[in-house]
Design a protein around this ligand. Structure first.
Ligand code: CP3
Length: 351
């Protein structure tokens, strides 16, 4: 199998020279693609995650159709709580749901320690199959939810506007929350290591709900566990990306967390973050996902602005500031990717 360690996505993660800026999109394997919807029509989402043939097919779709520079394994962050013993449903139009959320010490006790090779074997099989199909064309990113974001769904039971239950635990039962975070850190670390062993060439930790914590809460419940995971899963040549949405106000905490790459949401200015980062980390992002509703000419201008914000030098991976939305026209996603490739080649050649 071809070696992708010198691929431009991996080089950019380690701030090494690249001939142009690499680009991929969070949630790139999804409903905005008619080809995804065609597969999804015949299978429910969890079945797709659990069937390596189907997971492989949809993982590859954005590589072929949109031309991104990295693949991200089609799966979901909530496979970990499911492997720990929680019943998981995806309700059409509503999203993920745990009918029996973790609300007390007794329920917390029921969570099993996972054996990734056994309990999440289907994910590892999908990685092996995707790698074979990719045959070195682009690197494969494996991902996990960060403990805090996994905990929000496990305690709340579903997505929510104000996450009353997990936040209540942060103040009323910090002992239980820490105990859950410890269990999750162990599970996430084991899972990420198993993914790397199966062939994942980069790992992204998604902390989608970091921004609902207070600054102190973020420092007590989210950050230390992420740091511990990063230390545990670090392997030579495998970049680690931490994306904490809504946490850019605590950028110094992010920049010093030990990740190779910080995912930047669309609320921040890349130039400001880069100035603060120095050469400590690479930056990934950060076009507002709703900007892809703009006409293609405008998308190109916004891409130019984003590249100019990062400026010269290496260590930028172009992406959206969060996942691509399901009703974005495919030509707009294609224009985003094409514009990054063309404009950054020009930029890198003339600077
Ligand atoms: O990036 C990729 O293309 C890889 C696939 C991927 C999915 N989920 C597929 C998916 C990844 C990286 C995720 C991560 C994920 N899952 C996160 C963190 C990233 C983020 O967007 O904040 C979160 C919070 C989840 C939990 C989750 N899964 C939610 C809230 C939903 C419902 C909302 C929605 O977008 O429908 C899902 C379902 C889900 N995960 C879908 C996909 C393609 C849609 C399923 C369908 O086809 O109906």
């Amino acid at each position: 199998m071809s070696d992708t360690s010198q691929h431009l996505f991996i080089r950019a993660c380690f701030q090494q020279p690249v001939e142009r800026t690499p680009v991929w999109m969070m949630r790139q394997a999804g409903r905005y693609l008619p080809e995804y919807r065609a597969v999804r029509k015949d299978h429910d989402f969890i079945t797709m995650c659990k069937t390596p043939d189907l997971a492989t097919e949809v993982t590859l779709q954005p590589i072929d159709i949109v031309g991104v520079d990295a693949a991200i394994l089609f799966s979901d962050i909530l496979v970990i709580p499911e492997a720990m013993g929680m019943e998981l449903q995806f309700i059409p139009g509503k999203g993920p749901n745990f009918p029996k959320p973790i609300r007390d010490a007794a329920m917390l006790k029921t969570l099993k320690r996972i054996d990734a090779e056994k309990d999440l074997r289907y994910v590892l099989d999908a990685i092996r199959q995707v790698k074979q199909s990719l045959d070195g064309r682009v690197p494969l990113i494996g991902f996990s939810g960060a403990p805090w974001t996994l905990a929000t769904y496990m305690i709340e039971g579903s997505g929510s506007k104000n996450y009353k239950y997990p936040k209540q635990w942060a103040y009323a039962r910090p002992d239980l929350l820490h105990s859950l975070m410890e269990k999750l850190s162990k599970a996430v670390s084991d899972y990420c290591i198993a993914k790397i062993d199966a062939g994942a060439e980069a790992i992204q930790l998604f902390d989608t709900w970091a921004g609902i914590l207070s600054r102190e809460g973020f420092r007590e419940f989210a950050l230390p566990y992420v740091k511990q995971i990063i230390e545990t899963i670090r392997r030579p040549g495998i970049p680690i990306i931490y994306f904490a949405k809504g946490a850019m106000i605590w950028q110094e905490d992010l920049l010093s967390c030990g990740a190779d790459v910080i995912g930047v949401d669309w609320t921040a200015n890349l130039q400001d973050v880069r100035r603060a980062a120095g050469n400590r980390v690479a930056l990934q992002g950060n076009l507002d996902p709703t900007a892809l509703y703009a006409p293609p000419e405008k998308i190109r201008q916004l891409v130019k602005d984003m590249l100019a914000q990062y400026g010269q030098g290496y260590g930028h991976i172009a992406n959206l500031g969060h996942g691509i939305l399901p009703d974005i026209p495919v030509p707009h996603a294609q224009e985003f990717v094409r514009a990054v490739k063309e404009e950054s080649s020009r930029w890198k050649q003339t600077n």
